[in-house]
Design a protein around this ligand. Sequence first.
Ligand code: SF4
Ligand code: SF4
Ligand code: SF4
Length: 320
Amino acid sequence: MASPIEELKTAIRQALPDLDMVIAWTAGPDSLSHTPLFITDAADIERIEWDSRCSQNLAGYLTSLRGKKVGIVAKGCDARTIVELLQEKLIDREDVTIFGLHCQGAVDARKVRTELKVGRGVQGVTIDGGAASFAVNGETQTARLGQVLQEKCFRCTGADAEVCDHFIGEHGQPPQVDDAPVSTLDMLEAMGMEDRLHFWEDQMTKCIRCYACRSACPLCVCQDHCAAQSRDPHWVDQTDHPREKLMFQALHALHTAGRCTECGECERACPMDLPIMTLKQALNRQIKDIFDYQAGTDPDKTPPLFQFREEEEHIKERKW
Ligand code: SF4
Ligand code: SF4
Ligand code: SF4
């Protein structure tokens, strides 16, 4: 039986003549993270890589490629983002061909560097049970999943690309992580409101306002009309104060409320290692609680905050 990567290459080879391009992953300069590969020439198919270093959510490119016939390789969380983009009518289903995979978890390059003292020279990563093995310069180094996976993978709600045109390999369960640390959200929800505010003010002192979190987010679609730049209205000023930085994060969280698929790209992109996905997870918990809705799971559903009713029965039930 062909390996998933060979099966993937075969499926892409067959589909490419009818597509303008296929977006997949390839080896990048950093041996701990694979980078996007835009395939228009069949010769590039051999450059495709697929393992736990394929962290980037490639769905972030789809809106800017609207109007083209695009194939895209997707893990479970990436596929949920594609579904959310479809639900919001930001892309057209007939133009997108999804090559879906089962994902065993994505490694966090920063954690691997710290935990294993490994940087360049990683030739392969395999996940088996609760451990990850890294092939480094002819030797194998292992780590527990709780040490090296991305935060989002500890609470993955589905590792298979549920909505796709070609499912590659075998279906499976999310990674079983026995040693996952307590999530930042759980830690915060055990605190009082004042302490939560202090936590975020402390975090925001580190923010350098690079807006990589915004640029990396596949669902952050205001583009040139971002509130961070707008001077009319003037939402966020340039004062180097945690309050202004938190204002932007609050805006981003509200813009992605009930839309965020918890793909983790905002956190992965943050050069200051700030736990900013937590803000979106907190709102997602509320949306799940109130509307029983999870972003990106049903292409035929309208996201709850895209609907308006004069009488919102569920909100009344909570006596707000
Ligand atoms: S959240 Fe799930 S699908 Fe996404 S990278 Fe982690 S394990 Fe894979
Ligand atoms: S807010 Fe962060 S986790 Fe949510 S969709 Fe955007 S990048 Fe992904
Ligand atoms: S990526 Fe991090 S440092 Fe940059 S603006 Fe976002 S939170 Fe701040």
